[in-house]
Design a protein around this ligand. Structure first.
Ligand code: LIP
Length: 281
């Protein structure tokens, strides 16, 4: 059943976000099981993408195929943007849904057998994510959100941190696969470190955004994320009350993503802008 949704200043008749979430949760649970099973069987073929450290495993490809086949079967009018295969399917109408998929976010953790990776799937309508799920196959942790419907984990509605002192904030971040970019990101983290409680680098943006949503991190920032890294996690963080932005008035995106509660967003933004965190290679 469709419902009218305010998207980018207009009204669009779209599939009910709760229906989209139900579709997302069912396929992500089965994809997570596939990812976990394949990891237990050993890592298999590994190749590289943008740099020698930007790896893709056979499991990334298999999980993506599994999700895309399901979505094209159950929702043939929708498009899918996947990390490994790009966009498949046409956007046939303004109300059309585009699914944004990261089959294994945190692939380096997956490669090393570290239990911090996730299947992340968001449903986007008219350029706005209206439903999203992030599931960690290794731990079973699952975060969900719908636009206006809140963010949830294990039946608990999530609310982000209320820390007011930046010096007491536990901040998550990440580094790109390009050594020159990492060098710039390292200078930002080195300068920021004495100004916050501590830094955490867990290795999967989708989970970092969800940890920010539940207050397990007070904030998170990273330059260079792709839409599939942040689509679902960004909605979870926003629906938990965090501000998810770029820097200097830019929207969140590859240029920069900063997720922080209103209580410290401007403080952390000011530090990151002063450190030119969105700059460099
Ligand atoms: C990863 C992100 C992480 C970032 C890594 C990489 P992938 O995504 O989740 O935050 O620091 O460089 O982009 O490549 O594992 O899907």
């Amino acid at each position: 059943m469709n419902r009218e949704l305010a998207v980018l200043g207009g009204w669009v008749s779209v599939a009910d976000p709760n229906e989209l979430l139900a579709v997302a949760v069912s396929i992500v649970r089965s994809a997570a099981e596939l990812a976990r099973t394949l990891r237990a069987q050993g890592i298999g073929e590994v190749s590289t993408k943008s740099t020698p450290t930007d790896v893709v495993t056979a499991a990334d490809r298999a999980v993506e195929r599994h999700v895309i086949e399901f979505l094209h079967e159950t929702r043939p009018d929708d498009a899918v943007l996947g990390e490994e295969t790009g966009q498949t399917g046409e956007m046939v109408a303004p109300s059309a849904v585009r699914w944004i998929l990261d089959p294994i976010d945190g692939t380096v953790n997956y490669l090393y057998g570290l239990p911090q990776y996730a299947v992340s799937l968001g449903a986007e309508v008219g350029g706005q994510v209206v439903a999203g799920v992030v599931r960690n196959p290794a731990t079973g942790d699952e975060w969900t959100a719908t636009l206006g419907g809140g963010a949830w984990r294990a039946g608990r509605r999530l609310a982000c941190s209320t820390v007011t002192d930046l010096g007491q904030a536990l901040v998550g971040t990440g580094f790109g696969y390009d050594p020159a970019r990492r060098a710039h990101q390292a200078t930002v983290v080195a300068a920021l470190l004495p100004r916050v409680r501590d830094i955490r680098r867990f290795g999967a943006a989708s989970i970092d955004l969800c940890l920010t949503a539940e207050g397990s991190l007070d904030a998170y920032f990273e330059k260079g994320l792709n839409p599939w890294d942040s689509a679902a996690g960004g909605l979870v963080a926003t629906e938990a009350g965090a501000l998810v932005t770029g820097l200097n008035g830019a929207p969140p995106g590859p240029g920069f993503v900063l997720a922080a509660p209103p209580t410290i967003h401007d403080l952390l933004h000011a530090e990151l802008a002063e450190l030119d965190a969105a700059g460099g290679p």
